[in-house]
Design a protein around this ligand. Structure first.
Ligand code: AHR
Length: 491
């Protein structure tokens, strides 16, 4: 069956901030330790403790922003435990994630060094659940104040003369759950109080303040936060995980049936409803869309791999995850007037990871390659497009084909298309209004729904050149292989 994608490159609908392709890294399992950071390990090549292979891979997809230190961990993290000489750093229990000892060898300086190497924005989440206003206030002073002050002096004493630039600061994480079990009304007040002391020390580099937002479809939370605190925030977060089955038995990352596959994709499409409904509530209080919706945790969540620590949330990653990534990244593009940032959970070795490591070895997951294809949209203008198609299953939310299009500064049109069908290729007629296509290039990521990379075969799934298109009168036709993500560059 043929679908038609209408694109009008002359109608711009919003700016696609590169931060829509952001990442999240928590002190959880092997995300930081062993994943991003190896400290003094002499065996694994690193620069100042940061794994060279991982940093290089993330730079290739132009990682725009990294959120840290949590997640649930953020609300029991006391930043002063993670500064100064390593031998003096306090050891603590990571109560949320496996009850392991956290030695605080990765702290503020290490995180800012990681962001420097990655050339990405820093998104720090402060502790509201078990921390104080003073603690948060001093962290911001330590990070960003350049003059004479106790915290600036302490930073200098610890070896960093100049203030850093922190682009985003989150006021707590999931205060409705692990971040303190608060009501929306209570947190709204706490948010107003805490954010007051996130001082803007650098007029040239304002910190974007993020209020902790709802758990998936908790629309009341958004209503209360917007009503009570809209003036005091730049962004409101949203967390939604794609869990195929029940939380107590989520399903396996690799051993899944076709039914599980489609169920996962149907569930991930709930993101569309969330963006629309939370967006509509935000519109009532912020019609000019000043405040961003920050989807700072999203991705698939399966049962952990057999034999691994249940608190480490380590899962493999297949073409199913790449399709989930493609569908979500297209949804974020489509809502870029409201969505200012999104952060996949999580960057390395945890949940829907971009990268997996095992000792010295590392691999990029199918999700990584989906991000690679979408990186062409970063900082482009979203242009009007409409896919004339049907849901893949009657009554369902999953479209048979999905796409977004953007225009780069040099006028090139970038289109990302997803064919979620596990078995059937899909022909899409692309109609370009007032745009004559002269040259088309493309890449495709495709495979069987369960295809994945392993440490022995790390490049089984990866992007390849795409040639399945033909120029036509009004535009072109593209034949999307089954289970695929495709990027087309049209000029
Ligand atoms: O990403 C794992 C956890 O999921 C985070 O720590 C928490 O914020 C969410 O519930």
């Amino acid at each position: 069956m043929k679908d038609t994608l209408y694109i009008n490159p002359n109608v711009e609908k919003g700016h696609i901030r590169r931060q829509l392709q952001g990442h999240f890294s928590e002190h959880l399992g092997r995300c930081i330790y062993g994943g991003l950071f190896v400290g003094d390990d002499k065996e694994i090549p690193n620069v100042n403790g940061m794994r060279t292979d991982v940093v290089e891979a993330l730079k290739k997809v132009r990682i725009p922003a990294l959120r840290w230190p949590g997640g649930c961990f953020a609300d029991e993290y006391h930043w002063k435990d993670g500064i100064g000489p390593k031998e003096n750093r306090k050891k603590m229990i990571n109560t949320h994630w496996g009850g392991v000892t956290e030695d605080n060898s990765f702290g503020t300086h290490e995180f800012m060094e990681l962001c420097r190497q990655l050339e990405c924005d820093a998104y720090i989440t402060g502790n509201v659940g078990s921390g104080t206003v003073q603690e948060m206030n001093e962290w911001v002073e330590y990070l960003t104040f350049d003059g004479v002050s106790p915290m600036a002096e302490l930073r200098k004493k610890n070896g960093h003369e100049a203030a850093w630039r922190v682009q985003y600061f989150g006021v707590g994480n999931e205060p409705w759950g692990c971040g303190g079990n608060m009501t929306a009304e209570y947190y709204a007040n706490e948010y107003r109080r805490y954010q007051t002391y996130i001082r803007q020390y650098r007029p040239d580099a304002r910190i974007y303040r993020v209020a902790a937002g709802p758990n998936a479809g908790d629309f009341h939370w958004t209503e209360v936060l917007m009503r009570e605190a809209v003036r005091h925030m730049d962004g409101l977060s949203l967390h939604y995980y794609t869990v195929p089955h029940e939380w107590h038995k989520k399903g396996s990352a690799l051993n899944f049936t076709k039914e599980d596959y489609y169920l996962t994709l149907e569930k991930t499409m709930y993101m569309e409803e969330l963006l629309k409904t939370h967006g509509a509530i935000m519109d009532q209080y912020d019609p000019n869309k000043r405040v961003g919706l920050i989807v700072d945790e999203w991705g698939t969540w399966y049962d952990v791999e057999e034999g691994t620590n249940p608190g480490f949330l380590y899962q493999q990653n297949s073409m199913r995850d790449a399709i989930v990534a493609g569908l979500n990244l297209n949804m974020f593009n489509e809502h870029c007037d409201r969505v200012h940032m999104a952060n996949i959970a999580q960057t390395v070795n945890v949940l829907q990871a971009m990268i997996l490591t095992e000792g010295k070895r590392m691999l990029c997951t199918p999700t990584y390659y989906a991000f690679k294809l979408f990186s062409a949209h970063q900082e482009n203008e979203l242009v009007d497009s409409h896919m004339l198609t049907n849901p893949l299953f009657e009554g369902g939310k999953l479209p048979a084909a999905q796409a977004t299009a953007s225009k780069a500064k040099d006028g090139t049109l970038h289109v990302t298309l997803v064919n979620p069908s596990a078995d059937d290729e899909r022909e899409v007629k692309v109609v370009l209004q007032d745009f004559s296509a002269k040259k088309v290039t493309g890449e495709v990521l495709t495979g069987k729904m369960g295809d994945h990379n392993t440490f022995d075969e790390p490049e089984r799934v990866k992007d390849r050149p795409f040639t399945g298109f033909a120029l036509a009168d009004e535009g072109l036709t593209a034949t999307l292989p089954a289970c695929s993500v495709v990027h087309l560059a049209i000029c």
